[in-house]
Design a binder for this molecule. Structure first.
Ligand code: ZN
Length: 403
């Protein structure tokens, strides 16, 4: 009888400890239902000037040591996600050029660019694309020297992990990684994740991301600060390794149970960079990298809804510019306009400060003659768990006084 009581108590405790995780599963079910409801309100694409090419930047394979991911898995995941491009960023290895050895060119209809992720002698971490064997001596160079060398070779440099770095502010880098998925994912606490996985993983392996996704406030501040002086584009990095999760393994290394938070297939769905290129123009490595370098792109958490159709533009007397562009002010005012495919909360930000907000709408307009760096953040305010986290972060339009 006593043993029976003991078993009942243990079962009761087990049930009580699981109750919050069962509730958390219900929250994700609710999120899924709301995402589906929102999708039904999608507005057809009105603008046909640009083609929206979606892809991921900052991806590691087995080359470079930190990951076990194969080329096969990466190509397959890109294809399943219907991506247009993937920018690989391999860590250098002493005896080979990982930049030359990684994926490049078109595979299964997806364009791959071979890049590197390096650490400089100053301790800064940079993404360089396209890259080559010269990435191997990055560790001996100062950040400024490396950025200048990359620039002279026509390579693009992006500051990764801006909060960890030091010397990059004084250099002529091109872009900044304002969101890093790996940094967010590393905040996972193993025990709660194990229970969440137990209840939620099987039905919502990607929506679990809603629990750890955070607004990159500090990086956004660094970016706004950097833009006071010149144009700097922003990207989101997937930093995909396919190595975060929990598992039970046999001594042989064979997995009995393996739940990965960041297999490529899921990582490539969570956050993406959308690049706008004139419809009808050729899509290849040159046009892609040129559009990225010009800031003709925006960041979106595609997992929560497809953002395709989003546009941030400036108009004056029938002429139009888009995010990433710069235009000189004259006596005529400029009309700034943001359009989203789904009803949302839209913020217009000037030099890091919110100057206008629209709620429950698919467009925001603002007429101005004030110089500054303007950008847009969009929030899916009706979705539980993520209402306060950005869905879309645009690149900036710069209005300047003619020199
Ligand atoms: Zn990385």
């Amino acid at each position: 009888m006593r043993a029976f009581k003991c078993i009942v108590v243990v079962l009761l405790i087990a049930a009580l400890t699981q109750a919050p995780f069962i509730y958390r599963r219900q929250e994700l079910a609710h999120l899924r239902a709301e995402i589906d409801k929102l999708a039904a309100e999608r507005r057809p694409l009105a603008d046909t000037t640009f083609e929206d090419y979606k892809g991921v930047i900052h991806v590691h394979s087995w080359l470079g040591g930190h990951s076990t991911g194969t080329f096969e898995q990466i190509v397959q995941a890109a294809r399943v996600n219907d991506l247009d491009f993937v920018i690989m960023t391999e860590h250098p290895e002493r005896h080979i050029s990982t930049a030359d050895a990684t994926l490049k060119g078109v595979h299964d209809g997806v364009l791959f660019v071979n890049g590197s992720e390096v650490r400089t002698a100053d301790g800064d971490r940079l993404l360089i694309f396209p890259s080559d064997a010269s990435a191997n001596d990055a560790a001996k160079m100062k950040t400024g020297e490396l950025v200048a060398r990359a620039g002279s070779k026509g390579q693009t440099t992006v500051v990764a992990y801006p909060h960890e770095s030091r010397a990059w502010q004084q250099t002529e880098f091109d872009g900044i990684e304002i969101y890093n998925l790996y940094t967010d994912a590393r905040r996972l606490r193993p025990l709660p994740f194990a229970f969440d996985a137990l209840w939620s993983w099987w039905s919502y392996p990607d929506l679990i991301f809603a629990r750890i996704n955070s607004k990159p406030t500090a990086a956004l501040r660094s970016w706004d600060e950097a833009q006071r002086h010149r144009a700097v584009f922003a990207i989101a990095g997937n930093d995909a390794h396919a190595n975060i999760g929990i598992g039970l393994y046999l001594a042989s290394g064979h997995p009995l149970l393996e739940i990965k938070f960041d297999p490529y297939e899921i990582s490539f769905h969570l956050v993406r960079n959308h690049v706008l290129i004139a419809r009808g123009a050729r899509f290849d490595q040159t046009s892609l990298l040129s559009a990225i370098a010009r800031g003709h792109s925006y960041i979106a958490f595609d997992i929560f809804s497809d953002p395709t159709g989003f546009l941030f533009s400036a108009e004056r007397d029938g002429q139009r510019w888009i995010m990433g562009d710069e235009l000189a002010l004259d006596e005529r005012s400029v009309l700034l306009r943001a359009q989203t495919p789904l009803p949302a909360r839209i913020l217009l930000i000037k030099d890091g400060v919110v100057i206008k907000e629209a709620r429950g709408t698919t467009s925001l307009e603002h007429r101005t003659d004030e110089a500054g760096a303007y950008r847009i953040e969009v929030y899916l305010e009706r979705l539980p768990l993520i209402a306060e986290k950005p869905w879309i972060i645009s690149n900036q339009i710069r209005l300047t006084h003619d020199r």
